[in-house]
Design a protein around this ligand. Structure first.
Ligand SMILES: C=C(O[C@@H]1C=C(C(=O)O)C=C[C@H]1O)C(=O)O
Length: 293
């Protein structure tokens, strides 16, 4: 690999270890880039913390985590994990009737930041409830031993949804969309401003690699579906529907949904300050995907 003199150290890129971000990472090959790039795979909450601490330079992170540190980050244009309605992997499992849950106790996965705050918006602003919350490792049966409901995200939610659990399930992407009519953006790709200013060419080349990978995935989702079936299980139909409901673009419609989420989160005191969705000021990259819904 050719290493560039301007680049004194490898750029550390965080990858969400859930299937939802595979379309952006599947064809991304750090070894094909002109700058040394290290991939760090982890759960969203861990990537949020590592990016904040400067242990990694850029990453797919919870959109909530972007919102509370937006001064320090740029958004990488047109990359996100979003849905217009049902998402299938942000799920609240209800042991008690909803009427009781909204004033009861809810166990929250420690893997998430966006969805735990989305749940608070739904419970408190939409349903007029005031539950208590408790952090828990993402294991459905454990979580529900002492709680009325449990929130899981990503592959933990998908695997739990396939078990014969017998609980009612709310899909938070769907609830958000029913109440607001908007898209919901769960994750964004962010780069620390410090890194972007110091190594703009390296950040640009990683960004181009991610966009190229996304375009290739959307031309043919089959390899990703096959990989999901062999690594996680489930049917081709399940994964085809899952990836069809996800959107990895971040255009004006997704941005409008995210701004509303930030507004509601501020109204409930879950975040403060003005949040700018400031894009990485690199060169534009051709991304010819039609905006999907
Ligand atoms: C759609 C999803 O989006 C995600 C939800 C996140 C969160 O709640 O903080 C963070 C990253 C994504 O993994 C999912 O996890 O299934």
């Amino acid at each position: 690999m050719e290493t560039n003199n301007n680049n004194a150290r490898p750029i550390k890129l965080g990858r969400i270890s859930y299937t939802n971000s595979w379309p952006v990472f599947h064809h991304f090959d750090p070894n094909a880039l002109p700058y040394e790039t290290e991939l760090h795979s982890d759960l969203p909450a861990k990537l949020n913390r590592k990016l904040r601490a400067g242990e990694i330079d850029m990453a797919a992170i919870s959109s909530y985590a972007y919102g509370i540190s937006s001064d320090s980050y740029y958004v990488l244009p047109n990359l996100s994990v979003s849905s217009f309605g049902r998402v299938q992997s942000i799920l609240l499992f209800l042991k008690s009737p909803l009427e009781k849950v909204i004033h009861g106790k809810i166990a929250l996965t420690t893997a998430s930041a966006t969805s735990v705050n989305l749940l608070k918006i739904i419970m408190e602003k939409f349903y007029g409830g005031k539950p208590t919350y408790e952090d828990a490792e993402p294991s459905l049966e454990h979580m529900l031993e002492n709680a009325d409901a449990a929130l899981l995200i990503g592959d933990h939610a998908i695997r739990a949804s396939w078990t014969d659990h017998g609980y009612r399930v709310l899909d938070l992407g769907e609830v958000w969309n029913l109440w607001t009519g908007h898209w919901m953006t769960f994750a964004l790709w962010a780069v620390r401003k410090e890194t972007a200013h110091r190594y703009p060419e390296a950040v640009q080349s990683i960004y181009e690699g991610l966009i190229a990978s996304k375009s290739m995935s959307y031309r043919d989702m089959r390899p990703i579906i096959d990989k999901a079936m062999s690594q996680i299980g489930g049917t081709a139909d399940y994964w085809e529907t899952y990836f069809r409901h996800l959107c990895h673009d971040f255009g004006p419609e997704q941005q409008a949904g995210l701004r509303l989420y930030f507004q509601y989160a501020r109204e409930l005191g879950l975040m403060d300050g003005e949040i700018s969705l400031q894009e990485f000021p690199g060169l534009p990259v051709a991304d010819t995907l039609p905006n999907r819904r």
